[in-house]
Design a protein around this ligand. Structure first.
Ligand code: SAJ
Length: 427
């Protein structure tokens, strides 16, 4: 089988290489010339364990090449980005998907399969992509097989998850679903679940929305408990001892390219019917401001002059700072120009990031922990010995060795910040 993969990013590239290493001839297409050159020279441009070896093998066996121009093939996989639009409801911007499909149309032949892997708003396949494909005169379900097959892999484990995760195969017609199943059965060992295109679209979006709404519930509990003087983290621990309850963990906000993006696609598609999803998004996207408010309250109480921000990424143990609530908090504190703000993150290399923890904490009054990197789990009061005032606000309850330290606060003890002066901080 000859396969064309449109978009060689975090999903498209590993997918293309997997097919190539399972005896298929793969042409990868991207609009970025540099990426094409690097890949053809045998070098991957993204960080993903094991992927370089897989590319070496694919190139050695002459199964993979990259290019700018689409060629005729048996199947096409579209894995290009779908950002939020800049409109009020942050709806799904299909422009890259539609451009990719448009580029396929001139080489499209009877019997071809088109698979959309990009995350898209519900009904996009049937309402927007199908009419575009049929504008060629070819009939979907008869001449062309159109399928939505969302990716659900976790960066860092992409190769393993591509093979072993279950996959939802959402055809526009049953014949389309069968065509999609045949293609993925080349290397997928997980279950290939037959579905309809719109069900597949919605289930992918709901997986991430489920997490976003549940995190919002935990974050709302923090707001309520701070008001009532109750420890929200203890509440979560107790409640989760019930066999049918699984409260998520609160934090400084929800980042990344999935949980903070996908719920808007649903909300924008049905704004009148998605009240809970929209409120959850609001709660999570205002958490950075909530953390800034408490940071400022602490700094005011102790008349602090320096904040050391610990962690900038959107979640722990990764180097990705895009769509990161931690970065948003750091930038807002800097914008205030009320005190010195230093960012420390052992995973991030950038000119504004301090790489030396001692330099970051030197003479600081507050350490603000925003990310649950494994390194932070080992923090003890010794690491903070060179601070001016030793106050810690841990928004990820990761520095467990510090629990019990006099001025250690987390999201369960925010109401105690008001007692800070009495707790013995020298002003
Ligand atoms: N977070 C919390 N509290 C929690 C859990 C997470 O505040 O209890 C925050 C994290 O700190 C982070 C954000 O949520 O800022 C998202 O992190 P995540 O680990 O939940 O998700 P992602 O965006 O890295 O990956 C998700 C995954 N989806 C699900 O677990 C349902 C992944 O499987 C998907 O492949 C990916 O989205 C995607 O591409 O859709």
């Amino acid at each position: 089988m000859k396969l064309v993969v449109m978009g060689l990013g975090y999903i498209g590239l590993p997918t293309a290489i997997m097919f190539a290493n399972h005896e298929q001839d793969v042409l990868g297409i991207d609009i970025n010339e540099k990426v094409i050159q690097e890949l053809n020279a045998g070098k991957i441009h993204i960080e993903e364990p094991g992927l370089q070896d897989e590319l070496d093998r694919a190139i050695q066996n002459n199964r993979f090449r990259a290019g700018l121009d689409v060629e005729a093939a048996d199947a096409f996989i579209v894995s290009v980005p779908t950002p939020n639009k800049n409109d009020d409801l942050k709806s799904c911007d299909l422009k890259y998907v539609l451009a990719a499909v448009n580029n396929i149309l001139p080489v499209l032949r009877k019997g071809n399969t088109i698979i959309i892997e990009s995350t898209i708003a519900p009904r996009s396949t049937e309402d927007h992509i199908l009419p575009l494909v049929e504008s060629t005169g070819l009939v979907v379900g008869q001449d062309i097989f159109l399928v939505h097959c969302p990716e659900r892999v976790l960066p860092g484990q992409i190769i393993h998850e591509l093979i072993y995760n279950n996959r939802i195969i959402g055809g526009v017609t049953p014949a389309c679903t069968q065509a999609g199943k045949e293609i993925y059965s080349v290397f997928v060992k997980g279950e290939l679940i037959e579905s309809a295109a719109s069900t597949a679209e919605m289930s992918k979006l709901m997986e991430n929305t489920y997490r976003d709404v549940n995190i919002a519930l935990a974050n709302e509990l923090v707001h309520i408990s701070a008001e009532l003087g109750i420890n929200a983290l203890d509440v979560i621990e107790m409640a989760n001892k019930h066999p049918r309850v699984n409260l998520h963990l609160p934090g400084p906000g929800v980042g990344g390219h999935c949980l903070a993006v996908d719920p808007y696609f649903i909300a924008a598609a049905a704004p009148e019917q998605s009240y809970l999803i929209q409120r959850a998004r609001h709660i999570n996207s205002t958490m950075p401001a909530f953390v800034v408010k408490h940071t400022m309250a602490i700094m005011e109480k102790i008349q602090g002059k320096k904040v050391a921000v610990f962690g900038l990424t959107y979640k722990g143990d990764i180097d990705d700072i895009r769509e990161s609530p931690a970065l948003e908090i750091y930038r807002e504190l800097e914008r205030q120009q009320a005190y010195e703000v230093v960012a420390y993150d052992p995973h991030v290399e950038a000119d504004f990031v301090e790489r030396d923890m001692e330099a970051a904490t030197a003479n600081a009054d507050l350490v603000l922990i925003l990310v649950d990197h494994s390194e932070f789990r080992a923090l003890t009061s010794h690491d903070f010995a060179n601070m001016h005032e030793m106050v810690i606000l841990d928004t990820k309850q990761i520095a467990t060795n510090c629990v019990g330290m006099e001025n250690y606060f987390h999201l369960g003890t925010l109401s105690e910040i008001s007692k800070l002066e009495k707790a013995g901080v020298t002003v």
